[in-house]
Design a protein around this ligand. Structure first.
Ligand code: AMP
Length: 176
């Protein structure tokens, strides 16, 4: 199935969670057994030869394909979560959102120095969340970082939030 066909499985919800946002609902992708399998195959094909040892999923929609891909790659899975949700000692990164600041956390013992890490989330919009996650993961001194999204809203130019040494891939691209 090509990416234009995959788009027909994504539900667009206008004005969610606030007016003016065209929310891309991925639950309609995941509920289809064939599509779920195909997405896992596509992700595995893209990263199988990269030596990835940890897949990092961003709360909460990065927790769906992230562990599935990690298992296929023979890698571990690490959750990046909102403050107060991880029980042990954490690293934290704070970033600016449209209205105010937000923070994300990861367990301090989640990754070893020198690992090859793939960060995954469902969607790239402005890139604020994922670039904060990249800064968070850099604290572990990984050998290499890859970044993956299922969906990219290209007009928002979220890619520009990242330094050029990081490879960013997305499967399905929308103009907005
Ligand atoms: P950003 O930090 O602006 O790149 O926003 C990315 C995060 O917000 C991801 O975790 C997405 O799940 C969520 N998000 C932002 N915009 C949308 C959208 N139009 N549809 C679905 N999720 C979105």
């Amino acid at each position: 199935m090509n990416t234009e066909q995959l788009k027909t499985y994504i539900r667009n919800v206008p004005d969610f969670p606030i007016k003016g946002i065209q929310f891309k609902d991925v639950t309609t992708l995941f509920k289809d057994a064939g599509i779920l399998c195909e997405l896992a195959d596509m992700l595995y094909a893209a990263y199988r030869d990269k030596g990835i040892t940890k897949v990092v999923g961003i709360e909460s929609r990065g927790f769906i394909m992230g562990p599935l891909l990690a298992a296929r790659l023979g890698a571990g899975f690490v959750p990046v979560r909102k403050p107060g949700r991880l029980p042990a000692a954490v690293f934290e990164e704070t970033y600016q959102k449209e209205y105010g600041a937000d923070s994300i956390q990861v367990h301090r013992d989640a990754i070893e120095a020198g690992e090859t890490v793939l960060l995954h989330d469902d969607l790239l919009a402005t890139g604020g969340t994922m670039s904060a996650a990249v800064s968070l993961i850099r604290k572990f001194n990984p050998a290499k970082i890859y970044v993956n999204f299922l969906i990219e809203l290209e007009d928002l130019k979220g890619r520009e939030a990242f330094s050029p040494d990081i490879r960013i891939d997305s499967i399905i691209k929308y103009p907005v």
